[in-house]
Design a protein around this ligand. Sequence first.
Ligand code: URA
Length: 464
Amino acid sequence: MASNGTNRGQGFIPQEIIRRVRDGIALSEAEVRFFVEALHDERLSEGQVAAFAMAVFFRGLTRDECVALTLAMKESGTVLDWSSHDLPGPVVDKHSTGGVGDKVSLILAPMLAACGAVVPMISGRGLGHTGGTLDKLESIPGYDVRPSDERFGEVLKEVGCAVIGQTASLAPADKRFYAIRDVTATVESIPLITASILSKKLAAGLQRLVLDVKVGSGAFIPEPDRARDLAHSLVEVANGAGLPCSALLTDMDQVLGLTAGHANEVLESIDHLTGKHREPRLHEVTVALAAELLQHTGLAEDAEAARARAQQVLDDGSAAERFAAMVKALGGPADLLQRPEHHLPLGSVERPVCPTRRGYLAKMNVRAVGLSLLAMGGGRRRTEDAIDPGVGLSRMQSLGTELGPEAPLCVVHARDEAQAEACARALLQAIELSDEAPAPRPVLHGRVAADPMTRGPEGQRTQR
Ligand code: URA
């Protein structure tokens, strides 16, 4: 390979790579690969990694650089290969950028399995004000989020879905990189988020991915334009790295569904699967994501058939059966669906949250709602913190509902009165009421699919 000034024969010079990014000069694939290898085996100091991250934060990366970064991070560890497992269907997954009350994974994975797909869903813990699927599953007694690779494969074959935690061997370079970004104010960079998310998904050996990119006050990236940029970046880089992928932009300007908090969300997911109650916005998002995967893996002929199939596996109970089978296979109670309240106890203090005046629910600061949960112990301040799965919110009303002194916003489940009182106060500060009913809001804000015509010219940097 021709020397470009960053290569001195024994490898590249890290500070020259950082300088090129800082000055907006595109890196070669070999330079990106060197950087990731040196990041992973700690030949690079934390300062060098941080400087690289900050340079990317301000300058962005081209799509080609981002694809190279994603692939290099994927290859820093184990890449799962399901080809010898004789699995019964296409291997698919969904990734959400996270929000409050987002329990879609718990419902979607068994729905897809019931439709004939195989879902090795490797999920994460809560970040900041958002809840993590892994933490929700850990509220189920006995559920093993870290099965051996062998057991993971067996459950996939038997049940068709297994939702488990990130293993240390998948994309380990991302682990070090993320930890440094987290303490250097460089998390919110679209190319770095893209490479971080996709390196782990690519390492899971998927054949197709759908992304749920949240938009609104409770989203990781709240601004609609930037959320759309993130969706485009994720879709183009995933496809560029060989993973067919599309994205839906979905609403996070209000809590998704009726609940937030770990045990509460598992209870709502069970009600949704069994048909006891299906909150319409949660239903719409889940069916739309299922339909994306079913249609584009050939499990359904077209969009209409895909939606019908998704609905059918909910209505005939087969999705609920898959969920129960997955929980049992991973060590959870065999009767979880028969006795959910027994296995998922909630905080003993229940308190309805009522505004002092009547009015329509016009606005919700969803981030503040998430933080009010975190303050009760339903989220983490530090990575090592334990979570209290029993605290949370239920019967959450949606935007446009009339509230008042006898018409609560939601019910708080807390450990004691003081906790419930503080949470109720924070929730009432997080909402705005109006005298007129606000216009109904859609839950689906758009779809992003790979389109070569929308790609920028070669060498064009993404927005940061
Ligand atoms: N989630 C990830 O896995 N990585 C990021 O960088 C941001 C969110």
